[in-house]
Design a binder for this molecule. Structure first.
Ligand SMILES: [Zn+2]
Length: 411
């Protein structure tokens, strides 16, 4: 039978190590048998029944889809009782799949506490994070940023630039920055999981099953340590999200997570579309006269926005339509260059561009005298999408043939 068995939990100062053994066919999915986390403070007073939660967040989806058994010692009672609802969230997202498996726990312990602080939030400095922060600014949430998710734990330079940027956001609002480093993304051989689940579930393992729940469960440890009531996870979903979206950070999975009595999670901002969030950010900046810098992409060399990728360009246009100058929000672009970078480029516009095009056309009068934005009113989203996807496919086929040819020469 497939089994994951906890061997030990070792805490030494700021570092927590969870050692486990994997048996059966699922062994092939694992790269590592230690799950570790590094905090900024001593974690030796945090009990094992709490420290195990991030590990559960990382492996439970795999336990369920492979009908495996997970054996651990202790677990927080509230979290333990919430597991069925978390599982239901996955079952609803993937109705064609079976979520089985078993969790064997020796001791269920009640770690309830009286909250001493209202909230903390995950923060990456993008549109979703900044909108969440603005909505909850009065609560003065601690800002948690993970090293080991979008930025790999090996990317020291990239992290240092990013960390500096995130610190500046915290300082601007007089909020506490929390940085947590973990190998939680790396414990799996993701390509092996993708090979199977991209077929079975039409979803990439990290995005479809792992990233949301795993992240929140790391946040639970911090929330316990500081007796925090609510963890906000900036919504990647909104009310326009199609019901069949497959992404493990969803309201129904995230908000099913409960811990330590009153501890809860909110997938914050579902009522706002991306455009609403930008409006919220622009209104806030105008009202407070604060300079808000956002980071929406991971492609800039110096930790800045690259101003060329799809993510950057979509955000830039959204800011312009909100009546703002994107250069005030961490971008660097001249409006006259937009057409060249979007219409005459290789970017593949997502269906979300329809919203921007409609917004422009609804307000056409306002834009009449702006020659730099005219292209948006007639943007052929579907056509450009098809053209550029085909182009991309042909590029990969050509590359593949080249590699194949080269390879044959060596045979
Ligand atoms: Zn970019």
């Amino acid at each position: 039978m497939n089994k994951i068995i906890l061997k030990s939990i070792q805490t030494s100062g700021k570092r927590v190590e969870i050692n486990y053994k994997v048996e059966g066919k699922i062994r092939k999915f694992f790269r590592e048998e230690t799950f570790w986390m590094e905090f900024q403070e001593n974690m030796e007073d945090v009990p094992e029944g709490i420290l195990i939660i991030p590990f559960l967040g990382d492996v439970l989806p795999l336990v369920w889809v492979t009908d495996s058994k997970l054996v651990i010692d202790k677990i927080d009672k509230t979290f333990y009782e919430s597991i069925q609802n978390i599982k239901k969230g996955y079952e609803n997202m993937y109705p064609e799949m079976k979520f089985l498996g078993e969790l064997e726990v020796k001791n269920v312990v009640d770690y309830s506490y009286e909250p001493q602080k209202k909230s903390c939030q995950f923060f990456s400095g993008g549109i979703d994070s900044t909108a969440t922060l603005i909505s909850r600014m009065e609560e003065k949430p601690d800002l948690i940023t993970m090293w080991g998710a979008d930025i790999s734990i090996d990317n020291i330079k990239g992290w240092s630039v990013f960390q500096k940027f995130i610190k500046s956001c915290g300082e601007r609002h007089d909020l506490k920055n929390i940085f947590i480093k973990s190998n939680y993304r790396k414990i799996y051989s993701t390509h092996k999981l993708n090979k199977i689940y991209e077929e079975v579930a039409k979803a990439n393992w990290w995005l479809g099953f792992q990233h949301g729940l795993a992240l929140i469960c790391i946040g639970v440890v911090y929330a316990y340590k500081h007796k925090i009531e609510t963890i906000y996870i900036p919504a990647s979903w909104d009310y326009l999200t199609p019901n069949d979206k497959r992404c493990s950070s969803s309201p129904s999975i995230d908000e099913a997570v409960k811990f330590c009595g009153r501890g809860n999670v909110i997938h914050e901002g579902v009522k706002y579309s991306r455009e609403d969030k930008v409006d919220l950010i622009v209104d806030y900046a105008k009202k407070t006269k604060e300079k808000l810098k956002l980071r929406v992409c991971w492609e800039g060399d110096e930790g800045n926005n690259c101003n060329y990728c799809h993510k950057c360009l979509k955000a830039i246009v959204t800011f312009i339509l909100a009546g703002a100058d994107p250069n005030d929000y961490g971008f660097n672009i001249e409006k006259k260059d937009l057409k060249e970078r979007i219409v005459n480029s290789k970017i593949v516009p997502t269906p979300g561009w329809e919203i921007l095009k409609n917004k422009y056309n609804l307000d056409k009068k306002k834009w009449e005298n702006d020659p730099d934005m005219k292209w948006l009113g007639t943007l052929d989203i579907e056509g450009q999408r098809e053209r550029n996807l085909k182009r991309r496919k042909n590029f990969f086929i050509k590359m593949y043939r080249k590699i194949e040819k080269k390879f044959k020469n060596y045979m």
